[in-house]
Design a protein. Sequence first.
Length: 202
Amino acid sequence: MSLSRKWFLVVLSVIFGVGNTIFAQKIEAKNLVPNADFEEMGVGWTNQAMKDGKTVKVEIGGWVTDELHSGKYSLQVINADPNLRADWASDYFSCEAGEKIQYSYWLKTFSLKKCEGGYFEVRLSVYDKDKNRLKAYGKYPGYGAISPKELAELLEAVKSDWIEYKAEITLPAETKYVNISLLMANFTGVVWLDDVEVINLP
């Protein structure tokens, strides 16, 4: 093979290599979460407030424009009652057992306080074909991304900046559906949630 032909093949391989890299970078994994950035406000999300095991009609937040990670809206969750459970949840979306996924979200807090028996999490829950909740790691009601240390830091801060949390999960056997929920049980304060994402990993 002549020297000029060798150089031609080297240049060609470089061009195609760069082109394939650019093409791959343009392909983004699909976000499975409905209305994940809250730009459609109430679409795809519902809320429930409970006290003493019963549903109560209490304002626990909504869509705001003054605290944003991106776009025009974020979800603000407010809980002023230390005995209240405030829960915002996405609609179910389809996933399959054995799939490896990454879920992430951006969170900002103000005056977050833990009361007796308090629980706070933005969690990913998994369900079977009949939408019965499955146990995460064989015992928990869902998968969380905030570590105890990170939660302690939020509790120490009067007001946090926007922080991204993420986790990678292999979905357990029988999984057919997933949803995301922000749960404040026996916690008080204000929380903003934005840009929630669940994507499939290779």
